[in-house]
Design a protein around this ligand. Sequence first.
Ligand code: SAM
Length: 284
Amino acid sequence: MIQRIATPSGTKAVLEKYDLYAKKNYGQNFLVECGIVEKIARHAVISDHCAVIEIGPGIGALTQYLCEYAQKVIAFEIDQRLEPVLNDNLSDYDNFTLVMEDFLTVDLKKYVNPLYEAGLDVVVAANLPYYITTPILFRLFEYGDDIKAITVMMQKEVADRFSAETNAKDYNALSVITQYRCEVQRVCKVPANVFQPKPKVDSAVLQFRFRTDTPLIDEAAFFELVKECFRQRRKTILNNYGEYLGNKEKAGEILTKAEILPTARAQSLELSDFVRLYEVQYER
Ligand code: SAM
């Protein structure tokens, strides 16, 4: 029978065997609840011909399940202490490749292209190191739609921002920019007590899938416009947008043409409103 790592006793045994402790500066909180790990893996592996890119395998709790459900798993781990641990713990799986590198600087194309060319659905799965959740996700978003789905755990309050809908208290520029690129699905909430060591906050799992109907626009300019519209949440869109343009009168004209009420606030606008505003401003 396979020895599961994602249990309190399984994790304790591995840490003791290798004389390891969780490193805070690498965001190490190991999952010790098989049910949650299995759920993440099942969601992440979206077809019967999937290759998974895992970020931060730790001691291999999630990796075990991914290796069982997917055709291929390539895991990127920064903590050099974990190399022998992962190689031992996953020695039963011949579809596992370990890359001991910082995911933020790795040449991702080198790994993704051959998988994509082999006709595999490339997906990402991770219990993310929380200190670099946003840089990792933006790296993946910029990488684009060769990646079919990104299923990741993060701090719940960050997940709330990524997935917030119009008028919600967490709806902000990050929500709009993310939802411009991806459909965001909330998979589940995860309580703090299923980790070792236990973090101070709860977590949540989200799945991102790239949209196929994204309008063709200059993304840098669009993202700047969205951020500026949210600059001061309490101010009206006319005030924020007017300050951004440096011309309140012109801002009023563009807003009216884009059919946006000047007295509205950014948090009440839909993604399609921001796209229209961009299109009117740039006369597209
Ligand atoms: N996947 C394991 C689990 O669920 O139990 C561990 C998750 S732990 C929250 C985050 C993992 O990411 C740690 O193993 C940590 O060493 C690794 N990590 C942190 N920064 C990294 C980076 N820049 N590149 C790759 N891995 C990183």
